[in-house]
Design a protein around this ligand. Structure first.
Ligand code: 5GP
Ligand code: ZN
Length: 596
């Protein structure tokens, strides 16, 4: 059976789709991309705008036409907020809210058995009373407490991953349906977050993105920090999202922490300033301002002023003038006059944003704003969006021009062909630079000296000065068979780091694994740097033979007379996490086949 997934909306949805997909995988399904032929189509919906609702319905209809026998599942915010509407949708066989997503696979099996439509949001008991009573907005009441679904691997790229830390929002901005779709704030326990982070870092992740419905509200509903083994002063001062940032910042390893967004309805300049001391936190903040006009901000029920917002921006920019700030702005909110809109344009001018997301106001039934006077015609909303996009583009261009001459630490994400790589700087700006396709750079941070703006980002040269070309040097070093200065196994094999060595000669070293997977677990590595088995050539034949022949000698030293296993992981799918060729030698327990 094949299952396809279509995700709309936010990063939390992306994360949850991954969790649901992993459930399907565990039940033996094959996962295929959203537009392939499948037996099950799952839509993880969004309800932030009317447009998102429409896209969910359209996708389901298209897929039903493509395969009329397929089972379709509609889950998430759209049915949660419009249960009456989705009850009528013939194209959805199974309808679920935001809290039952993980039950999808079981319900698909139930549906396949009896072909009876399932709608969890409008289910009634024998007496016809709804199983899920409705809340004040008419949406089925959401359970309380964070529903911890355990460790989920949700990658945004080869080395970037999402961690969901929080659910729900209790801010009730007057236009926003999310508190109805997602319920009140519920935070994931710090230890559960830490466990997922450790797992991700072990598999080579270099950037962790913390996602939630309103991440700045993290932990404010309960006293998590009392569970921490922290000093009294820390317990006193660390609050909200800082609990998670501090916890992850203390983990060993070279990686970055990025916050998905921070709400100015929750944070202020002091809250922001308290985060700046964490050196692993990326210099990037998504701070949704929504409008530059105080009267519009107030009627949005957002509790800050334009001046408060500017202070937050100044706090970040005076810490690092290249701090990347991105924002969301709504145009045509009820009562927004031309002068109000011009305040938004002026704010964009003043803040030095890296990027502005502009949205036309979209009425959400059940929200206070939907019945406010002063409706702005749809064509005016659209015309303002166009002007705002233009202002945002100009601001971004100015910000990126200002990066010329600076050195940005970039996490490379993809090789784009033409000898160019693209990655993100700490401030989230896209950075392009020239480097060969090999070696793979996705696991190493690269210093790039910025020269000019390029596409929606900037272009620069590797190295801290234009003369030195670190990447080319490193690649050349690797070819000459020398050590690579930032390679952990080069350091260990050549005595740079004390270790539990079991065998050594002039070509190879064998030492115990830091995290043994068997009572005896030794790594055998060449002393010269070769990235992986894939990178070996004819020239390495002698060295490879030497390693192979030494295995039995090392096994004898370790007294593995009952047998042992030899493993070489190659590349990311092969499970290789350290980019220096190594042979695992495992023994002193019976091994099963196939390995997990
Ligand atoms: P891979 O997953 O790349 O095939 O294997 C890498 C192995 O290296 C893992 O089993 C990991 O535990 C081990 N490892 C990573 N860093 C160190 C280290 O600093 N010292 C030692 N002894 N082993 C390490
Ligand atoms: Zn190395």
């Amino acid at each position: 059976m094949k299952a396809a997934f279509y995700t709309l909306g936010c990063k939390v949805n992306q994360y949850e789709t991954e969790a649901v997909a992993q459930e399907f995988l565990r039940h033996g399904y094959l996962l295929v991309s959203e537009d392939e032929e499948a037996d099950v189509y799952v839509v993880n919906s969004c309800s932030v705008t009317r447009e998102a609702d429409r896209k969910s319905r359209q996708y389901l209809r298209r897929m039903k036409r493509r395969n009329p026998q397929a089972v379709t599942v509609l889950m998430g915010c759209y049915p949660q907020t419009c249960p009456g509407e989705t009850e009528e949708l013939g194209e959805a066989d199974i309808v679920l809210g935001t809290e039952d997503k993980l039950s999808a696979v079981g319900l698909v099996e139930q549906f396949l058995a009896d072909r009876g439509r399932i709608d969890k949001l409008t289910e009634k008991d024998e007496n016809g009373a709804p199983l899920r009573p409705s809340g004040p907005s008419g949406c089925p009441v959401l359970e309380t407490g964070y529903n911890d679904i355990g460790t989920v691997v949700s990658m945004l790229g080869s080395r970037r991953a999402l961690i969901k830390i929080q659910e729900g929002c209790n801010r009730f901005c007057s236009y926003c349906i999310i508190p109805h779709a997602r319920g009140p704030i519920r935070s994931r326990s710090p230890r559960s977050i830490e466990k997922e982070a450790v797992e991700l870092l072990k598999s080579g992740c270099r950037e962790i993105v913390l996602a939630g419905i309103n991440t700045a509200l993290y932990g404010l509903e309960n006293g998590f920090k009392n569970d921490m083994e922290w000093s009294a002063a820390d317990k006193e001062n660390v609050r909200g999202i800082e609990i998670v940032v501090k916890l992850l910042n203390d983990l060993p390893g070279d990686f970055r922490i990025r916050l998905n967004s921070l709400e100015p309805t929750v944070v202020d300049k002091d809250y922001l300033a308290s985060l700046l001391k964490y050196d692993k936190l990326a210099h990037h903040a998504h701070l949704s301002v929504q409008s530059g006009s105080d009267s519009v901000i107030a009627s949005m029920n957002r509790h800050y002023t334009r001046a408060d917002y500017l202070q937050m921006v100044r706090t970040l920019k005076s810490f690092d003038k290249d701090y990347g700030i991105t924002t969301d702005i709504i145009t045509g909110f009820p009562g927004e006059k031309e002068e109000d809109f011009e305040e938004s344009l002026r704010l964009v001018d003043e803040c030095g944003f890296l990027h502005v997301h502009a949205f036309p106001y979209s009425e959400r039934p059940g929200t206070p704003a939907a019945s406010m006077p002063g409706k702005v015609p749809v064509n005016v909303r659209k015309e303002r969006v166009a002007r705002l996009i233009k202002a945002g583009d100009a601001a971004s261009l100015r910000f990126r021009e200002g990066l010329a001459g600076t050195v940005q630490r970039v996490l490379p994400e993809e090789c784009c062909g033409d000898g160019m790589w693209r990655g993100r700087a700490s401030n989230y700006c896209n950075v392009w630079f020239e480097a060969p396709a090999e070696p793979d750079l996705t696991s190493t941070f690269v210093d790039v000296t910025i020269e000019k703006t390029y596409k929606d980002g900037v272009f620069g040269r590797t190295g801290t000065s234009p003369e030195s070309d670190c990447i080319a040097d490193c690649a050349a070093d690797a070819r000459k068979g020398e050590q690579m200065s930032d390679c952990i196994f080069c350091k260990i094999a050549n005595g740079g780091i004390p270790t539990n060595m079991v065998y050594e000669d002039d070509k190879i070293a064998a030492f115990r694994d830091l995290e043994p997977q068997a009572p005896e677990h030794v790594l055998i590595v060449p002393k010269k740097h070769i990235q992986s088995l894939d990178q070996t050539t004819e020239e390495d034949a002698e060295l490879l033979a030497h390693i192979m022949l030494k295995i039995k000698e090392i096994a004898a030293i370790l007294k593995l007379e009952n047998g042992y296993r030899v493993v070489i992981n190659t590349g990311s799918d092969g499970g290789q996490t350290v980019p220096h060729l190594h042979v695992h030698l495992l023994g002193k327990r019976a091994m099963a086949w196939p390995p997990g």
